[in-house]
Unconditional design. Structure first.
Length: 46
């Protein structure tokens, strides 16, 4: 979720500060899908 101000607009200074932080840990959560579901995303012509 992105930080918002009182009026609901994005707080760009906070967003940019967060983007400048180094990645220290990455968590991956595998999501099981059927071969048919995976084909929807991997068989895209391009």
């Amino acid at each position: 979720m992105l930080p918002l101000g009182r009026c609901g607009e994005f707080k760009w200074d906070a967003i940019e500060a967060g983007k400048a932080l180094p990645v220290t840990e990455r968590i991956v959560h595998p999501i099981p899908v059927t071969p048919e579901q995976e084909a929807q995303w991997t068989d895209i012509p391009g």
